[in-house]
Write a protein that binds this ligand. Structure first.
Ligand SMILES: Nc1ncnc2c1ncn2[C@@H]1O[C@H](COP(=O)(O)OP(=O)(O)OP(=O)(O)O)[C@@H](O)[C@H]1O
Ligand SMILES: [Mg+2]
Length: 271
């Protein structure tokens, strides 16, 4: 368990691809920051989608998550503020794809990110939340994220095979709880790309709520074209179209999360 006292470290993970991990990491981080929470988004996926979605172009990614994990540069040089906001990011590039193999030969291979997050420069930055955008795999990068985290937030696309993949992830979380991270919790299961008119989506939601109960967030993220357009403008949907259904849903998610942790959410005037 991390010794960061006020910081909540949340890994956004699901080994299934394209379920809305990155979209959730970007927009939840932006919504938390909008509420005044100092928030750090760590992109630990070699695809670097979260970094691109926040407008950090590849050329300017001098220091990355690779350097953070392997301690190759001071954390203060690695974290970057997004504009003037309360949002900070550690970007990723494809060099992370070799990290998975390089980690294998390290004695503390599952603890490197946890070690990195415990360094004074990050502790002193005083983040309220650190979100980690994981790759679509249960590889060592994802394991590092889940060992460094207090909890795992699992985006679940409301479609037929959604719940099958979930049991594999739950098993991994249970294993980590018995070994490297006894305090690891499930922050919540988040239904994403939800279409209320679709019977199958409703069925998946009903199954998830029946089987997983309170683990499923009340907030559901609707399928919304503005959400999928925002990354090509290199901004969160909260900024791209502040009143879109997607932006509203991610603000609701931030409020639900903050309420869970006893943080006060302030209503934001519609702009
Ligand atoms: N609520 C939504 N409405 C519409 N499109 C969405 C929504 N959420 C995600 N998408 C789109 O679905 C695709 C997959 O989303 P995203 O990249 O967030 O998934 P991922 O789980 O991070 O994928 P990967 O496993 O490759 O990392 C993207 O094109 C994204 O824009
Ligand atoms: Mg992704």
């Amino acid at each position: 368990m991390s010794s960061l006292t006020k910081t909540r470290v949340i890994a956004v993970a699901n080994q299934k691809g394209g379920v809305g991990k990155t979209t959730t990491a970007i927009n939840l981080a932006a919504a938390l920051a909008e509420q005044g929470n100092k928030t750090l988004l760590i992109d630990i996926d070699p695809q670097g989608n979260a970094s691109t979605g926040l407008g950090i172009d590849t050329k300017s990614r001098k220091h990355t998550t690779y350097d953070l994990v392997f301690g190759d540069a001071p954390a203060t040089d690695i974290m970057r503020q997004v504009g003037e906001s309360s949002l900070w990011v550690v970007p990723a590039t494809t060099d992370l794809s070799s990290a998975d193999i390089e980690l294998m030969s390290r004695a503390r291979r599952t603890y490197l990110l946890q070690d990195a997050l415990r360094q004074p420069a990050i502790m002193q930055a005083g983040f309220d939340y650190i979100l980690i955008d994981c790759p679509p795999s249960l590889n060592l990068l994802t394991v590092n994220a889940m060992v460094a985290a207090h909890s795992v937030l699992v985006p679940l696309q409301a479609e037929f095979f959604a719940l099958e993949g979930l049991s594999q992830l739950m098993l991994s979380i249970r294993e980590l709880r018995e070994t490297a991270n006894p305090g690891l919790r499930i922050e919540g299961i988040l239904l994403t790309m939800y279409d209320r008119r679709n019977n199958l989506a409703q069925q998946v939601e009903a199954d998830a709520r029946d089987n997983l109960g309170d683990l499923v967030f009340q907030t559901v993220i609707p399928r919304n074209v503005r959400v999928s357009e925002a990354p090509s403008y290199a901004v969160p949907v909260l900024q791209y179209d502040s009143q879109s259904k997607g932006a509203v849903a991610y603000r609701d998610l931030a409020a639900e999360l903050m309420a869970k942790h006893g943080k006060k959410h302030t209503e934001r005037a519609a702009s």
